[in-house]
Ligand binder design. Structure first.
Ligand code: DQA
Length: 142
């Protein structure tokens, strides 16, 4: 089974960035633990601060991977292009947010991506990525 985690802009700064909201662990540290917890799943990781690169990666993995975990970060609230890419591909996508975006500023309440996703997980910190992977594993068995 192959799952790709795609992180959007500024998520390369996890562990250093607004730690009261996003925590003090880097994604690389979290990712190593996640891979150890799921040794039978091929979990790939891609991060970009560039909208088109995220779209390119969705196209690349979106027809033969078994699942995609997407935290498009700020692009969630602005990018019709990423929303369209999620709609265009075949692989199920789970949208993840580390914070509960609905409890934050109004401009974070809109997602151009969620309507095209299998599901949405938010507010559980980095643990949300593991929850998304478990949900994708379970739905692949259905
Ligand atoms: C985020 C929430 C977004 O609103 C924000 O722009 C981010 C991170 C989250 O994971 O909580 O960069 O996607």
């Amino acid at each position: 089974m192959k799952i790709c985690i795609i992180n959007g802009p500024n998520l390369n700064l996890l562990g250093k960035r607004e730690t009261s909201i996003y925590g003090s662990k880097s994604f690389e540290t979290y990712f190593a633990d996640l891979q150890k917890k799921h040794p039978t799943v091929g979990i790939h990781y891609f991060q970009s601060n560039i909208e088109g690169e995220i779209i390119d990666m969705l196209h690349e993995v979106g027809f033969d991977f078994d699942g995609i975990v997407l935290n498009a970060a700020a692009y969630t609230h602005t990018s019709i292009g990423i929303g369209d890419a999620v709609k265009a591909i075949r692989t199920n996508v789970v949208e993840v947010h580390i914070s509960n975006v609905l409890s934050r500023e109004d401009y974070r309440h809109k997602s151009y991506i969620a309507p095209n996703c299998k599901g949405l997980i938010m507010g559980f910190g980095l643990h949300g990525y593991q929850l998304a992977i478990e949900a994708l594993i379970a739905s692949n068995k259905d």
